[in-house]
Design a protein around this ligand. Sequence first.
Ligand code: ZN
Length: 136
Amino acid sequence: MNITHIEHIGIAVSDLTEAIAYYEGVLGLKCYNIEEVADQKVKTAFFMVGQTKIELLESTDPEGPIGTFIEKKGPGIHHMAFAVKGIEGALAEAADKGVRLIDKTPRKGAEGLHIAFLHPKSTMSVLTELCEDKSK
Ligand code: ZN
């Protein structure tokens, strides 16, 4: 597949306000967007670091994917997202090579990206997201 860079790193946090205060106050980064993604049951906050983003994820529902992650493992790094060219082709190639797909076809993520997740059982235990900005 054609990966161009790390698009973002997703970090599960229990309190978005407290986490933003750390990223801004200590690391000196600037939160440029806060967005609720209803079908993922999360509220997200974004920071730019070079061409890579940090995506903070606060659960809006204890039954949602971030809610259950924090319940099981506590807050921390949740997933890594690669920017790819041709996400459909990348998914087909991964499936071809025996990777278990969480999303067989891309869906809409935050910031209008087309996203799809690969199962951590197939990715050295790192939940991996592929994403493509089709507006570029
Ligand atoms: Zn993500």
